[in-house]
Ligand binder design. Structure first.
Ligand SMILES: Nc1ncnc2c1ncn2[C@@H]1O[C@H](COP(=O)(O)OP(=O)(O)OP(=O)(O)O)[C@@H](O)[C@H]1O
Ligand SMILES: [Mg+2]
Length: 282
């Protein structure tokens, strides 16, 4: 049985999903996107939608093309073919910073954090696209530049508080536990006040307690009005968190639907068997 729901009319498709997705308004549309790396087809005519207010899970075996599609959406990789629309605007050829400015945020990997700086500075630099003051005024530390900087620091601290990092804001980033560093990567993305937040395996390497914290935080971000598309290998987390799930294998979509439909989908189970340590009945 296929769990396709993409062609269902708005509203009907979300019946049974979380109330927040009921409107079914499409925020992001990935249309027949392919991405080749030389001869390797990482993403192959992939189409799916992200609806306003939902948490969409993107799952699939290792090497399925999940991170690559997020890279294409966020402008990190040019698409080989196909189009990406955000709020009905064609963003396929836009640069990363233009895509961020439109409202698509991407979680920063721990490898991109400034490890020797305090936590609070990392979030502060997340505001760099927002500066209204001319760069020379900032370099000369003009009052208007200092005011703006204070405002960014205030907003940064607000984000850290909301995400449970308020108590460690003055710590040097490298001294934070791994789980906190992952959360910090999300805080930086939140500094740009995204409408859509893309997360790539936010729970990787986390212990049970950290995963529970992350689940709550992701729900909290969604409840604050941010739509989320999330790649994640932890099936328990995916099943409890996501309103809908898209399954990718060999760069193609093999299923799409509500968590229960995905869990029961034979093609999905087959895609995982022998390929991955993931267990659908975890
Ligand atoms: N920059 C790149 N250059 C060349 N090949 C790449 C590049 N990025 C990814 N690939 C290849 O594209 C395919 C898809 O990779 P991708 O990282 O998107 O998979 P994934 O679904 O995110 O896997 P995982 O679950 O292991 O993170 C893989 O075969 C990978 O080796
Ligand atoms: Mg990946």
């Amino acid at each position: 049985m296929t769990a396709e729901t993409t062609t269902a009319p708005a509203g009907a498709a979300a019946a049974g999903a979380a109330a927040t997705t009921a409107a079914g308004e499409v925020l992001l549309r990935v249309e027949e996107v392919s991405k080749h790396f030389g001869g390797l087809v990482a993403v192959d005519h992939l189409s799916f939608e992200v609806r306003k207010g939902e948490i969409l899970g993107i799952i699939g075996p290792n090497g399925a093309g999940k991170s690559t599609i997020l890279g294409v959406i966020s402008g990190f990789y040019p698409a080989t073919a196909g189009k990406v629309f955000f709020q009905d605007k064609d963003i396929t050829k836009l640069k990363t910073h233009q895509i961020v400015a439109l409202g698509i945020g991407r979680q920063f990997q721990t490898s991109t954090l400034f490890m020797s700086l305090p936590v609070t500075d990392n979030v502060f630099y997340g505001f760099h696209l927002d500066y209204k003051t001319a760069i020379w005024k900032r370099l000369l530390r003009w009052p208007s530049a200092r005011r703006e900087e204070r405002e960014f620091r205030r907003r940064g601290e607000e984000i850290l508080d909301r995400m449970g990092l308020g108590a460690v804001k003055d710590e040097i980033t490298k001294n934070l536990p791994h789980g906190y560093q992952r959360i910090l990567g999300i805080c930086i993305a939140l500094a740009q006040e995204p409408t859509l937040l893309l997360l790539d395996e936010p729970m990787t390497g986390m212990n049970e307690t950290e995963i529970d914290t992350m689940l709550e935080l992701v729900r909290g971000i969604r409840d604050s009005g941010v739509t989320i598309a999330m790649i994640e290998h932890n099936m328990t987390a995916v099943m409890s968190l996501c309103d809908r799930i898209v399954v990718v294998d060999h760069g193609q979509k093999i299923a799409e639907g509500l968590p229960q439909q995905i869990q029961d989908n034979e093609q999905v189970i087959e895609a995982y068997l022998g390929k991955d340590e993931m267990l659908l009945d975890e």
